[in-house]
Design a protein around this ligand. Structure first.
Ligand code: F6R
Length: 251
């Protein structure tokens, strides 16, 4: 079931989504958080840092597992997702870096890395809350449109639309890695709770297809309709098409 929370803008989205993660951390100080990168969670991470600085959150026993990493980038590359997480969250809170996990982009043996990461996820005993953004292709993690839903961690060829969209973070489009390791759809679906955030008009059509369209691996995020506990926090522009075509889902 998808519960949609509407916010007027990105700042409100970030505060509300951060409050949901914060509640999880407060209720269970040993929670396993599934984390995402990209531009969507930047405000949410900034809010969590503020709550930590105010003395309201303790991450000392929290464990994290990130969705994905570009294949080929070292963790000290400033475009890697490992670097992103340190820069935008981990370095600013009292989390033990040994309790944080990101796929190893430098492992050339894809089969080995996917099996290792699946074992890491399993060893944590389940993700309590999984944070997701949504790509313009409907990807979650880097699970791009496909013929079937992926299961465990897999090595994907990034969709040309994703490469184009992520080029904004790189010096040129040629610098964007063409492959990534990503947690699989089945692993994402095993999380006890899922929090998907989306902002901006650019996400309006794909968010509608994910929340209200047919459930198909051509729109990987559409599988979330089958999860028992999904919260979507989205701002007004991102909800435009949902408001027009399936307002009943807004409650
Ligand atoms: C990032 C990830 C991706 C992004 C998605 C949206 O770890 O898994 O699925 O959430 O590409 O990216 P932004 O937030 O930059 O629009």
């Amino acid at each position: 079931m998808i519960k949609i929370i509407q916010t007027k803008d990105y700042a409100e989205l970030s505060r509300k989504a951060a409050n949901i993660i914060a509640a999880q951390v407060i209720l269970n100080s040993r929670s396993v958080l599934g984390l995402a990168t990209g531009s969507s969670p930047l405000g949410l991470y900034a809010e969590l840092i503020k709550m930590y600085q105010a003395g309201d959150l303790d991450f000392s026993k929290i464990r994290t597992v990130n969705l994905d990493e570009y294949r080929g980038l070292t963790s000290d590359n400033d475009q890697s997702y490992a670097y992103f997480m340190r820069e935008n969250l981990f370095n600013h809170i009292n989390i033990d870096l040994d309790n944080t996990n990101v796929p190893d982009g430098t492992e050339p043996d894809a089969e080995k890395e996917c099996a290792r990461y699946d074992a890491v996820i399993d060893s944590m005993g389940g993700v309590d809350i999984q944070l997701l953004g949504i790509g313009l292709t409907g990807h979650i993690g880097f699970n791009e449109p496909a013929e079937v839903f992926s299961k465990g961690t897999n090595c994907v060829d990034l969709d040309p639309k994703t490469i184009q969209s992520n080029a904004r973070f790189f010096a040129s489009i040629d610098d964007v890695p063409k492959q990534a390791y990503t947690m699989g759809i089945q692993s994402i679906m095993k999380a006890k709770k899922i929090l998907l955030i989306a902002n901006g008009e650019g996400k309006a059509d794909i968010l509608y297809r994910a929340c209200c369209g047919p459930i198909t691996p051509k729109v990987p995020a559409s599988i979330l309709q089958l999860h028992p506990d999904v919260i979507v926090v989205a701002d007004e522009p991102a909800l435009r098409v949902i408001r027009e075509k399936c307002p009943s889902s807004l409650g």
